[in-house]
Design a protein around this ligand. Structure first.
Ligand code: B12
Length: 309
């Protein structure tokens, strides 16, 4: 264990996500991209964040809500962040408590089965945040909160279904309003048979469409041979697959080996999702995308390699 972890209080990545409203994916990407935050590791090797870093993350989050771009403010020290925050009108400041309360307010609508208001509230946040932030900062954490609440037995299955249905409608509508695609790669999205979780796929489709990629989604549970036929018919450059934490290693690797064997070599296979087996084994010709933030660089890499100049 990191010695520092024993000597002063720290928060887990899940606690920082709840506290600041910044998703785990975002925290990990900032760490890689900007060198901040710099978490320590606990005895299990998991990230833990000292209180001063969490304070700074809260300040950054507040400034982002007031319109500042993360890349411009992450490198600033506490005094500079304070100085910037003083210039933000107080009615524009959304505190971490607001973010937590916001999530709780949305959960209350789910529990009250108030579908019309839940959809309306999601729609308003979509307008306020824009699709990219809606997906990475609101939808991801909220879906996980719903999953945890359900796993604790605090949410009925039909309540979870109401939530999923509403979130899917909002995401689908939002995707349909994205301007027409700009350039390849053309991406075919689906999951393997046995993987019925489709919201990760929708989130991925939204971010790929924002990058200007033409996307065709087959929805969930497509047999491997049909994926191959669809990729050919659609002239897809990439087949993207999502694996939730419910996906088992045999489901993932048997399917991927068969798919890779049947697809032409030039069709790339991109996979992602929370299934831990994905990170345990490498397969030739299959690219594992670590998180949602990996989509943009991957699309750029493809364009640089396949469409030089
Ligand atoms: C909604 C839901 C369902 C719905 C799905 C409906 C739908 N249309 O999608 C239904 C009711 C069908 C369902 C069924 C089941 N579910 Co369920 N479900 C969920 C829930 C609440 C959300 C899942 C989801 O959509 N996640 C999608 C996104 C948001 O999360 P993600 O997969 O982690 O992906 C993230 C990233 O990895 C990335 N990503 C995802 N894919 C890709 C792909 C690429 C290329 C990239 C770059 C990134 C990327 O995007 C996401 C953003 O952070 C989760 C709870 C949770 N915490 O996730 C449980 C959960 C996944 N389900 C679970 C279980 C157990 C089941 C069932 C087995 C229950 C049962 N006994 O029948 C079945 C399994 C069905 C199957 N075999 O597929 C467990 C899995 C636990 C485990 N490790 O096994 C979870 C974690 C709930 C829990 N806490 O226990 N479920």
């Amino acid at each position: 264990m990191d010695e520092g972890v024993r000597s002063f209080p720290t928060l887990s990545i899940a606690a920082v996500e709840r506290d600041t409203g910044l998703s785990k994916d975002t925290l990990r990407v900032w760490e890689r991209r900007y060198g901040f935050p710099q978490p320590m590791r606990d005895q299990n090797g998991e990230r833990v964040y000292p209180a001063d870093q969490v304070d700074r993350l809260r300040a950054i989050r507040r400034l982002m809500d007031a319109g500042h771009r993360p890349g411009r403010i992450i490198g600033l020290g506490p005094e500079e962040l304070d100085e910037l925050a003083r210039r933000v009108p107080s009615d524009q400041v959304e505190t971490s408590a607001d973010v937590g309360a916001d999530q709780a307010a949305l959960m209350a609508l789910v529990r009250n089965h108030d579908v019309p208001n839940f959809r309306r509230e999601l729609g308003q946040r979509l307008m306020r945040l824009g699709l990219e932030r809606f997906v990475t900062e609101l939808a991801g954490p909220l879906i996980h909160e719903v999953g945890e609440t359900w796993a604790r037995g605090d949410l009925e299955i039909y309540e979870e279904h109401l939530f999923t249905e509403s979130m899917e409608v909002v995401l689908r509508n939002a995707i349909s309003t994205i301007p027409p695609p700009k350039a390849a790669p053309k991406i075919l999205l689906t999951t393997f048979p046995g993987e019925s979780h489709g919201m990760g796929l929708l989130m991925v489709e939204a971010l790929m469409a924002i990058e200007g990629c033409p996307c065709v989604s087959l929805g969930v549970q497509t047999p491997v041979w049909d994926i191959v036929l669809a990729a050919k018919a659609q002239r897809a450059d990439v087949v993207a697959l999502s694996f939730s934490s419910a996906s088992t290693a045999p489901l993932i690797f048997d399917g991927l080996l068969e798919l890779r064997e049947k697809l032409p070599l030039e069709t790339e296979v991109w996979v992602g999702g929370r299934a831990s087996a994905l990170r345990r084994r490498t397969l030739l010709g299959v690219r594992v995308l670590e998180d949602l933030q990996a989509i943009r660089p991957e699309v750029e890499r493809w364009r640089t390699e396949k469409m030089p100049g």
